[in-house]
Design a protein around this ligand. Sequence first.
Ligand code: MG
Ligand code: MG
Length: 632
Amino acid sequence: MKTSIATVTLSGELPEKLEAIARAGFDGVEIFENDFLAFDGSPADVGRMARDLGLTITLFQPFRDFEGMPDALRGRTFDRAERKFDIMQELGTDMVLVCSNVSQAALGGIDRAAADFRELGERAARRGLKVGYEALAWGRFVNDHRDAWEIVRRADHENVGLILDSFHSLSRKIDINSIRSIPKEKIFIVQLADAPLIDMDLLYWSRHFRNMPGEGDLPVTAFTEAVASTGYDGFFSLEIFNDQFRGGSTREIAADGHRSLIYLADQIRRKVDTPVGIDMPDRAAVRGVGFVEFATDAEEAVELVALLEALGFRKAAVHRSKKVTLFQQGAIRILVNVDPAGFANAAYAVHGTFAYAMALVVDDAAEAYARALALDAEAFAQPVAAGELQLPAIRGVGGGLIYLIDEKSPLGRFSEIDFEPVAEEGKAGDAGDAGLLQVDHIAQTVAYDEMLTWLLFYTSIFDTRKTPMVDIIDPAGVVRSQVIENEAGTLRITMNGAENRRTLAGHFIAEKFGSGIQHLAFSTSDIFATAEALRARGFKALPISPNYYDDVEARFGLEPALTERLKAENILYDRDGEGEYFQLYSGTYGEGFFFEVVERRSYRGYGAPNAIFRIAALKKQMRPEGIPRDAG
Ligand code: MG
Ligand code: MG
């Protein structure tokens, strides 16, 4: 796929935008007139900058209110066009985007518009330029790509073609099969944008809420598939108007954009015979969480290890060459890394004690790794001792690591190859076990404006889906929560986006200097037995307000005996349809990290209605602002 992006998508000055676009791997760029006008250099300077960065200027835009003007205004519109052509020639681009007329002065009529385009095509041809016509969803007379195509068809000029924009077509729910019959050489360029489904004015929706393909809810894949079925192999160009993007990191938004196009091309390639898209392995099916690794130091590890032991974990193995201990319970493996060298230590130095890495078990680690890299993930490697495994790894949320392991290669035996078992003395069998079975979910806290980045990261690389974003009410503000999970439930990630540092999630980010894993939930098949076993081990569950239990009993019509049991063990309860969910929490550790234990009985959610009670309870345990941890 030949990739392009409009400068309007990104924040910053024009040189900064071009640099980020080239760095992200795009082939081309659309120069938006306002970006050019705000820049001090000449059009030739802009053209030179783009070419030096290896970028093709795919088009100059927009040229507004052109077609169908009354005779009194028609001459002036052509004069305006000639001035745009001057700029284009200096820039070194051969195409201008003309969007459908929104002027009150405009006259309708397909033939009138076609005649205007024929003349514009003639003028453009004299200079070796091309004119692309795009139907805006709110155009006065033309707001449907089928009408724009009819005008282009009747203009019947080699230098006049159609510009398709997924937002304009999909926001008006225009039948995309109408694209399939357009000759590919008449499609001059294809612009892509997605958007969340929000019921609002089209213009406002378009100008503020567009997002990258795959980040929203529009059927952009089906749209692109229809385009590809024509044999079109020109540029696919992102044109995203989004307030958040225009206030965000130029480089990161550009990188997200590139990833979105590579992912889209991969989906299309699997459906249509098309030159679009590069060969890469399928999205990786995740079979489970192989381990979660904490970075800490010897001193802080004491408290963490005590908490793990209270949760029923036992020390199972030690790393052969590094100061890393493996704790195990059921299928759950937790690594505690206190090694004074290496990446873990560097992560600890920045973030404090931190769950900085996780391993995902996939069918084929090498393939998953290849796909991740094809989708612009950042590779990670550090030296390992002779005879030890180099686990393929990529950088994830907050710069943390995601290791990729599988059962088919020696990677699946990392805990035997890299670790030495510890002989268990005085503990027969699973006597110390609290019944924890596996990692149920991993909760990552990120800044709100990173949520789409990581949503695209997870859904493009791994075989996962998103569920609708929900608002979680923290007493100090709203936290947005987005679930990424697979069908089997073997990978469940909840991502909480914090906008404000007074929320628990916001505090975590501020104090940890960034995003990361904020809680880990383990599953049990018997929450009451586990609660009892935990209590016997000295585990202190997070105390929940007695008022909660009065409410939950009334809300769900629970038997008073059950409510009493829940209350006695500080277990939270939720229901969806027939499904039941039981949750209990540890207190907070460090700057707001905690553990959760859950029992699911045919329940698919994450207890969102309980979050406010859990957050309120956790906040009571947090140290007051400004008091060092040692003091309290
Ligand atoms: Mg457009
Ligand atoms: Mg949870």
